[in-house]
Design a protein around this ligand. Sequence first.
Ligand SMILES: Cc1cc2nc3c(=O)[nH]c(=O)nc-3n(C[C@H](O)[C@H](O)[C@H](O)COP(=O)(O)O)c2cc1C
Length: 236
Amino acid sequence: MSHVLDAILRRRAIKVFDPVEISAETREQILHAARVAPSSFNIQPYRFYWVESPEMKNEAARLCFGQSPAATASALIVAVADIGSWKSTTASELAWMRTAGFNEKAIAEHERRAKFGKWFFIQGWFGVFGLLKWTILRVVHFWKTMGTLPVARQGMFKWATKSASLACQNLMIAAEALGLNTCPMEGFDGRRLGKLLGLSGKDHEIVMVIAIGKKSARHVDQPQWRRPLEATVRIV
Ligand SMILES: Cc1cc2nc3c(=O)[nH]c(=O)nc-3n(C[C@H](O)[C@H](O)[C@H](O)COP(=O)(O)O)c2cc1C
C-alpha cells in the first residue's frame, strides 16, 4: 500500500499522549503539509496557532475542558478560519508573481481577477451588501447556470471553514506519516480560547483544535466504525 494511504488508514483520534518533544523541523514539515492543501481561489483563508509553551498549552487545554487528548498532547494546534486575510493574501500573491517571472499579461489578468474577486468578499454594513448580492444572484439564477456567493459573516465563515478543514486533514495525515498522532477536537470554549490567542472577534473563528503528540500505551484504540459505504456514497 502507498505510504499516503497507509497514513490515512492508520490515523485514529488519540485520547492519551506520552510527553515527547516535537522538533522545530518536524513542526515545520507538518505545518507546510497543512498549507499546501487546496483552498478556495487559493486564498488560504485560515491560520494555525501552534501552542507549545507550557503556560499557554495548559491554559488552552483547560479551555478544551481539560479533555485528555488536550491535557496530554505535546502541542495544541488551533485552526482558525480567517475571513479578513483575503486582501493581504491577494496582494502578497501578486507581489510573488512579479518576482517569480510571470509575464505582464498573466499579472494583469490576475490583478483584474483580484479586483473583480473582492466583490465576492465584501459584505457591507451588517451584511447588507452580501444580502443584496445574494438577492440579485437568486434572480439571475432563474435563467443562468451559476454558483451562489456567501451571504454575511456566517456564510463567509462557512466558506473559509471548508478550506481550513482540508488543511487540518493534511496536517493530521502528515503528522501520522512522520510518526506522530493527533486528535481533532471541537470541544472547547471558542470565545475564551480566541481571547487567549488574541484573535479578532470580527475576522476569526476557531474551526477545531488538534492535539498532537505520540500515542501513549495508555490509549486504548476502540474498534473503528464507519457507516456502510452505500449509506455514504451513491454512484450515479
Ligand atoms: C470536527 C471534529 C471534532 C471532534 N471533537 C472531538 C473532541 O472534542 N474530543 C475528542 O476526544 N474527539 C473529538 N473528535 C474525534 C472523533 O470523536 C473521532 O474522529 C471519531 O470518533 C472517529 O474516530 P477515529 O478518528 O479514531 O476513526 C472530533 C473529530 C472531528 C472531526
